[in-house]
Design a protein around this ligand. Structure first.
Ligand code: ADP
Ligand code: MG
Length: 432
């Protein structure tokens, strides 16, 4: 067993306060939107139809989704924990604009560790003789905010003896991030167990009311920190996933909400009229959401997709090519984007990708500290994430909140990749 410290910046990074506030102000709208999509079978079917023909992973998730719907849902309490990520796009006149990179609806991480980074950066600033600046760093406690969502879902499930199950990876690299949230639950006298898909396959069962049991313990809430990439699944793990989805337990997220977070859905949301259809009577929410959208384009077969592909091949540095994957390190940029698109431009494989305008933030200097790495100054860009938590009981929203933020910073030579991918590091916003 090896323990390393999580990588972090030496200094907090400047973040425009207007954009920071804008990101917080739109979070409850995004919670509503994700929840609305998760309940809209027709939208999910229509939107993912082309994707599931070519992307086996999305297709398998989709199969479980329809199977569970056809059986009839046993679950009646829904808990969403998401993180909406943004970069600050630098316009021609130098004014930065908030642009969404993506929204993560499953296993959105680093809420735990980042609850500790303000204290780190406050300390560094004090050591540098900058006590005034240190006092201006905002407190940030997603650990607590996310845990309070889990607590409320556990209460609504309504069984004192039931536990919360963290569904975790075989190799647990980010365990301390999860422990921060777990400890908040223990502090409120809620029992937490940590299990893998394999444990669920071997020891999980449903009773007649489809209550979920593992090792004889009833499970009220399943909090997925696993299950978002194909490598997390073998045939037994798929069976375990189906068992969990069929159960009455509150899944965070349920499979419909995971599908709502796919990149194909993100792209379709930018079509004129789509947000209005998904959020009827909520014009202000729609406007706030749309203001954060960058250009996103479908590569579905047909005239529209042909034009988009040709545009990207002609100017690859203006775009990002994204497959239906999570976790960082999967997107294509520049020459590689051009090369791949040229190869697949006439094949159905094209539809497993979407195309996005490349966001170009203004870089700034910082030191990125990671274990066993030399200390050197880097040109960096940052990505701001806002955590959202919501709970729906039947048709009624009973919680809808933002729950803190995450700032991640990386050197500009890396086009892609988050903290887990070994590229970005934890940071704290210094509002300017
Ligand atoms: P993943 O699901 O793998 O995290 P993302 O869409 O978040 O996929 O992309 C991964 C990383 O790639 C982001 O953290 C960001 O650094 C970079 N990236 C993604 N989209 C863009 C974009 N449109 N412009 C610039 N960089 C981007
Ligand atoms: Mg991401």
């Amino acid at each position: 067993q090896v323990v390393n410290y999580a990588p972090f910046t030496l200094l907090p990074s400047a973040v425009p306060s207007a954009l920071f506030e804008q990101a917080y102000a739109v979070q409850q709208d995004f919670n509503l939107l994700v929840d609305a999509i998760s309940q809209n079978r027709e939208f999910l079917e229509h939107t993912l139809a082309s994707t599931i023909k070519v992307d086996d992973f999305t297709a398998r998730l989709f199969r479980i989704y329809t199977q569970v719907l056809e059986e009839g849902l046993a679950q009646s309490v829904f808990l969403g924990i998401n993180r909406s990520d943004y970069m600050f796009d630098c316009g021609a006149d130098g004014t930065p604009a908030l642009k969404q990179i993506e929204i993560n609806t499953i296993a959105a991480s680093f809420g735990g560790l980042t609850s500790r980074t303000p204290a780190v950066h406050r300390q560094v600033l004090k050591v540098l003789g900058k006590a005034e600046e240190a006092s201006r760093l905002l407190p940030n406690n997603p650990s607590q905010g996310l845990a309070l969502g889990i607590v409320k879902a556990w209460e609504l499930y309504g069984s004192q003896s039931a536990v919360v199950m963290f569904l975790v990876e075989e190799v647990q690299r980010n365990i301390f991030d999860q422990r921060c949230i777990e400890n908040e639950l223990w502090n409120r006298n809620i029992r937490v167990i940590r299990k893998r898909f394999r444990d669920v396959f071997e020891k999980g069962s449903l009773d007649d009311a489809r209550r979920l049991y593992i090792d004889g313990q009833e499970v009220a809430v399943v909090y997925y920190r696993e299950g978002y990439v194909p490598q997390n699944y073998d045939p037994q793990n798929w069976e375990a996933r189906l068992l969990l989805e069929r159960s009455k337990a509150v899944k965070c997220p349920d499979i419909a909400t995971q599908l709502a977070g796919t990149k194909k859905v993100q792209q379709e949301l930018t079509r004129p009229g789509t947000l209005e259809r998904l959020l009827p009577g909520r014009a202000a929410s729609v406007a706030r959401i749309r203001a954060t959208f960058a250009g996103l384009y479908s590569l579905d077969l047909g005239e529209e997709g042909d034009k988009v592909a040709a545009k990207a091949i002609a100017a690859p540095d203006c775009f990002v090519l994204k497959p239906q994957r999570e976790g960082g390190g999967n997107n294509l940029y520049g020459e590689e984007l051009r090369h791949v698109l040229e190869k697949i431009k006439d094949s159905p494989e094209r539809t497993s990708y979407i195309l996005m305008d490349k966001i170009k933030p203004q870089p700034s200097k910082n030191y990125l500290l990671r274990p066993h790495s030399p200390l050197k100054i880097s040109e960096c860009i940052s990505e701001l994430g806002i955590f959202g938590v919501y709970i729906r009981q039947g048709k009624e929203m009973v919680m809808n909140k933002s729950a803190g933020h995450l700032l991640r910073t990386k050197a500009i030579e890396h086009a892609d990749g988050g903290v887990a991918a070994g590229v970005a590091v934890l940071d704290t916003p210094y509002l300017v």
